[in-house]
Write a protein that binds this ligand. Structure first.
Ligand SMILES: Nc1ncnc2c1ncn2[C@@H]1O[C@H](COP(=O)(O)OP(=O)(O)OP(=O)(O)O)[C@@H](O)[C@H]1O
Length: 876
């Protein structure tokens, strides 16, 4: 090691010639150094001005980096460098050399140049590799001078020579003297380079921003970013991730792998993935205003489980940089780069441009998506408003879900009329290919509005999303079914018409657009509400038609039930019973002889009951052929039996929410009795040939003039049905037992029929009342009514002074002559008709024809049937 010699000014006088030459050289060099603007100027200075005067091979300048206590090559004399053909040359050029070793420390301490023989220093333990590399290429000596800036070393000038001892003391003096100027020159070069770079960056960013301003699509963005990234590092790959609509996850948007070695399988898995934002990497980048550098291994060791780290590791890269893409205070995404060293301001400039482009693209995408969705909803709306039937609706719904949402309908349920149950309405079974049996089982079930999922959905404002995996953990049967579809989420929305919940819709998908979902649901709700209204209207119309027909039938028979006449004790008892039972839903059994007013009382009960707003429906069980009774009572479906050409609603259904009056219940055949019993017990029925049960709410009033207890004993009436009917029996007294009412009834009928016939009868002769009271009235009130009706025609002077009460005696006398020359059968027939007439048509029971003839009521029935006796014979 040779230390610095005294400076030029301190030299003795005998070397005046050298001194003069040196002074001249120094002043010329001084001039030249001040003109140095760039590295090239400096190189020329060494090559042309110094190399010509002193022996040296080449010169380099290194700069100190205090960050890591190293120095790195700054200016290289590539042409003259002996080592440029050395295999380690490139390595040397890109290396950082430690300041902390004795040789460099000595240079740093010395205030002038120091030279070393490479042979002596190159193999010292900490010596930088370039000593030996130079030596191997013939360099023997090195002279190093520190460069200073603001009193602190900023770098070194290295001068190499292939001849040991070639650095003269004069040369050392020159170097020592020009060192401060050289320091200034290097500082200027650095400043100039920085300025130049800034200019370049500016113009680059300007170009980039004008490139990116035209970007409208993802592909254009990818191209522009590729071009920009290439400026930073030709080989670098990058990923742009975008924040998803859920604001909780990110998805890759552009994947440009640059020069990465990659396995296509890994890449396509990466491209499709969604990552939660808070994964320990993405959230850090999004929260950092500056780019962050990550080491893959280190992050994995720290326990960061982001799956892409493993994939990136598998693809073989170690470090990456993440920088957020943010525009107007909003994060849009992240740019990941596999660059380690970066010009941060430039990268930030690039990223802010990418952010703008990304925000624009996203806004554009959203606008066009919204437009598409709106156009679609409009079309769907048109489709759906034309849907009149469930099938039309199903076609439209399946089409929209398939084409636009790329999903299938799991289920639509609608709320029943009871407001509590939900029935399945529509579903796409193909969604549950893997669980058909379970789905079929579950889909037919009615559920209630209290079912856990349903209750939540109905209570929600805009519907809910359930994560299948999470629900599966809770083990519900529904979640098990959902899981078989392999889809990630269940979207469940309430279907509402106005404010009213009308059902629920269930869809399975990985992701669905909320806007579309809501749009479609409100359309479906409307359509379902329409269809339901149309169905109800149709049913209502049919009911009205039937009711109307029935009404017409009823009007044909003239009824006047406005009053029940009679204030005697017996009738008072009846009124009390009516007032007790009318309000309830109890079945009433009206018992009494023919013509005692059973039907009148039945109507009075109905009219006093809460059901009075609906029409009471009457069935005369005796008037129907046995084979039609069931169809009359319970209705039939089309084709239920020969002749059933149309669907018919039975009297029970017709009387729904009203009263059904079963007159002459004692005449009902046994088979029909059992069916009736079942309907009464279960309060539901099936139409003949029908498959569905129909719930009915009917109040029953039955009437008979038979003694039902006897009928039960004789096996003609089911005991169980009798008990069901005999809940609240009301006995109507025969007229002969309430003669106190005869006068009032007479006046009532006189008034009614005189009005009808246009005759004015103001009085009834007391004699007539007397006569009427003394008669036994086997036909009861009806017989009295008919008698008055007939007698009015004979009245004169506005007074009813005569009535034609049946006389038995006269007829008896004529009988033998009358019977001459007639067959036994003819005589029997006329006799029975005669007796029936006397009994006002009463066949069995007290005061009846059977009683007079002393034969059982049903024997008389069968005789009448055999002899062809009908009502017209004895009522004529
Ligand atoms: N208390 C009454 N006041 C006024 N009219 C009455 C009274 N009771 C019966 N009638 C009239 O007598 C006629 C027969 O009455 P209703 O048909 O109700 O008798 P019923 O007991 O049902 O007869 P059946 O058993 O033959 O069917 C009707 O025209 C009815 O208006």
């Amino acid at each position: 090691m040779k230390s610095a010699k005294p400076s030029v000014s301190e030299m003795p006088a005998d070397s005046a010639g050298t001194l003069e030459r040196t002074r001249k050289l120094l002043s010329e060099l001084g001039d030249d150094i001040t003109k140095v603007r760039d590295k090239n100027d400096l190189l020329i200075l060494f090559k042309k001005r110094i190399k010509g005067l002193y022996h040296l091979t080449h010169t380099i300048v290194t700069l100190i980096d205090y960050k890591d206590e190293t120095y790195v090559p700054f200016l290289l004399d590539n042409e003259a460098s002996a080592i440029r053909s050395h295999p380690r040359y490139q390595e040397m050029v890109h290396s950082r050399f430690s300041l902390n070793e004795p040789v460099i420390q000595a240079v740093l301490q010395a205030d002038g140049p120091i030279s070393f023989l490479l042979e002596e220093i190159m193999d010292l333990p900490d010596s930088p590799a370039f000593f030996r590399v130079n030596y191997e290429k013939g360099v023997r000596e090195i002279l190093m001078t520190r460069l200073m800036k603001e009193g602190k070393p900023m770098g070194f000038i290295h001068i190499y020579s292939d001849k040991p001892g070639s650095f003269s003391s004069e040369f050392r003096d020159v170097m020592k003297d020009i060192a401060p100027q050289l320091s200034g020159a290097v500082s200027n070069i650095i400043k100039n380079e920085e300025l130049l770079n800034k200019e370049k960056e500016k113009s680059f960013l300007l170009d980039f921003s004008s490139d990116i301003a035209t970007v409208r699509t993802k592909e254009e963005l990818a191209r522009a970013v590729r071009a920009a990234i290439s400026k930073l590092n030709q080989k670098s790959g990058y990923v742009i991730r975008r924040i998803n609509d859920d604001n909780a996850s990110m998805s890759p948007y552009v994947y440009d792998l640059g020069a990465w070695q990659h396995d296509q399988k890994i890449v396509s898995a990466l491209e499709k993935a969604r990552y939660p934002i808070n994964d320990g990497i993405q959230n850090r980048v999004l929260n950092s205003p500056i780019p962050l550098l990550f080491n893959v291994d280190r992050e994995i060791q720290r326990g960061i489980a982001a799956p892409y780290l493993q994939s990136w590791k598998a693809m073989g890269f170690q470090n990456f940089l993440g920088i957020r893409l943010r525009n107007a205070e909003t994060n849009h995404g992240i740019l990941f780069l596999d660059i380690e060293e970066i010009n941060v301001p430039l990268l930030q400039g690039i990223c802010s441009q990418i952010s703008i482009a990304l925000a624009n693209i996203m806004a554009n995408e959203q606008i066009s998506k919204k437009q598409e969705e709106q156009a679609f909803l409009l079309d769907f709306g048109k489709d759906i408003t034309q849907a009149r039937t469930k099938q039309d609706l199903q076609n439209a719904v399946f089409r929209v879900l398939d084409k636009t949402m790329h999903t299938k309908l799991a289920m639509i349920r609608v709320i029943d009329d009871d407001g509590f149950h939900l029935s399945p309405f529509m579903h796409d079974r193909t969604l549950f290919e893997k669980a058909k049996v379970d789905f079929d089982k579950m889909s037919v079930n009615k559920i209630t509005i209290e079912e856990t999922y349903t209750a939540q959905v109905l209570a929600s404002k805009e519907g809910l999303m359930f994560n299948v995996e999470e629900e599966f953990k809770s083990g519900t049967a529904y979640a098990k079914l959902w899981k078989t579809t392999g889809l990630r989420n269940v979207y469940a929305l309430p279907l509402r018409a106005g404010d009213k919940n009308i059902g629920t819709i269930w869809l399975l998908a990985d992701r669905l657009s909320k806007l579309m979902l809501q749009g479609i649901c409100s359309q479906i709700s409307l359509a379902i509400a329409n269809i339901q209204a149309a169905e109800k209207l149709l049913a209502y119309k049919k009911q009205l038609e039937v009711e109307n027909d029935y009404l017409k039938e009823q009007i044909k028979t003239i009824y006047n039930f406005s009053e029940i006449v009679g204030s005697g004790e017996e009738m008072q008892k009846v009124y009390r019973l009516i007032s007790l039972v009318a309000d309830s839903n109890s079945t009433v059994l009206l018992l009494g002889e023919t013509g005692t007013g059973k039907e009148l009382i039945a109507r009075a009960i109905h009219n006093a009951s809460p059901r009075r707003d609906k029409l009471m429906v009457k069935v005369n069980c005796a008037a129907l052929p046995a084979n039609l009774i069931e169809s009359e009572l319970f209705g039939h479906e089309r084709g239920a039996f020969t002749g059933a050409i149309d669907r018919r609603i039975g009297k029970f259904e017709l009387g729904n929410n009203s009263t059904l009056f079963l007159d002459e219940i004692g005449e009902l055949p046994l088979e029909a009795q059992s069916k009736l019993l079942r309907v009464i017990q279960e309060r539901e029925l099936e139409r003949l040939g029908g498959k569905h049960t129909i719930k009915i709410d009917v109040r029953l009033i039955a009437a008979t003039n038979r003694n039902l207890e006897e009928e039960v004993k004789a096996g003609r009436f089911r005991a169980d049905l009798y008990f069901r009917l005999n809940v609240f029996p009301i006995h109507l007294p025969p007229l002969r037992e309430r003669s106190e009412d005869i006068e009032a009834l007479t006046h009532f009928f006189v008034q009614k029929y005189s009005r009808n016939s246009g005759r004015k009868i103001r009085k009834v002769a007391p004699k007539v009342i007397q006569q009427l009271r003394s008669y036994t009235w086997p036909g009861n009130v009806r017989e009295l009514e008919h008698l008055i009706e007939r007698s009015i025609l004979l009245a004169t002077n506005g007074t009813l002074d005569d009535v034609y009460i049946p006389q038995h005696t006269g007829a008896d006398k004529q009988e033998p002559a009358y019977l001459l020359n007639r067959s036994l059968e003819e005589v029997e027939r006329s006799y029975i008709i005669e007796v029936l007439k006397r009994c006002a048509g009463k066949i069995s029971g007290a005061g009846s024809a059977a009683e007079i003839l002393k034969i059982p009521g049903n024997t008389l029935h069968s005789k009448m049937k055999k002899l062809g006796i009908s009502k017209s014979d004895y009522f004529a």
